[in-house]
Design a protein around this ligand. Structure first.
Ligand SMILES: [Fe+2]
Length: 204
């Protein structure tokens, strides 16, 4: 629980840095009311635990800010924080009164911790996040694209913009992927340690 309190503190710290954007406080209050602090980050993959989404969101902000310093130093920090912190807003609610995940309370040993709520609005995840955030905050074009297409080529919608992804879109996508696959250690676990170096040694 102590770790969750630290994560909440980090979330609040980042939130307070978005000081020049009207509606952000209301957006945060809305998502918090609908379960931002309890939602998992996935049904059975990365951080499929209570509070997992908040941990993931903070991880993405932390990495996106590091990338921003190198790749987009001119970009306002609060724009990057806004996109990174709320890119997965759709994992809290669909914006129409439905929660995104239902806890799996069945007692089978192979159960996945959460299910998708089948009653929620049928709409792409990234686009749903952009829609929810837009109800409160006036987003720029590149913020809209970055949030709506943050899944990158992992979803078919990427075709819409594949010939013209904006820099912010690529940066948020990369921060999201690195957080999910490396920091939060899901399928990349097998690459821990010297796996790849050892493989090269075997080949030659
Ligand atoms: Fe994400």
């Amino acid at each position: 629980m102590a770790d969750m309190e630290k994560t909440k503190e980090e979330y609040s710290k980042y939130l307070s840095k978005i000081s020049n954007r009207a509606g952000v406080k209301e957006l945060a209050a809305y998502l918090e009311k609908h379960g931002l602090f309890k939602a998992p980050a996935s049904t059975k993959y990365h951080l499929c635990i209570e509070g997992g989404l908040l941990i993931h969101s903070v991880n993405v902000v932390r990495l996106a800010l590091e990338l921003k310093e190198k790749l987009m130093p001119e970009k306002p920090e609060e724009s990057v924080i806004l996109c990174a912190l709320f890119h997965d807003a759709h994992k809290v609610t669909d914006g129409f009164g439905h929660n995104t995940y239902d806890k799996n309370n069945t007692a089978t040993s192979d159960k996945q911790p959460y299910f998708w709520n089948t009653k929620q609005f049928g709409y792409g995840g990234g686009h749903k996040s952009a829609l929810i955030i837009s109800k409160f905050v006036d987003l720029t074009q590149d913020e809209l694209q970055a949030i709506a297409y943050h899944d990158g080529p992992f979803v078919p919608a990427w075709d819409d913009i594949k010939s013209d992804p904006y820099p912010l879109t690529l940066m948020i996508h990369y921060a999201d992927m690195w957080s999910t696959w490396i920091v939060e250690k899901t399928k990349s676990r097998k690459y821990d340690g010297k796996f790849l170096e050892d493989l090269k040694t075997e080949l030659f």
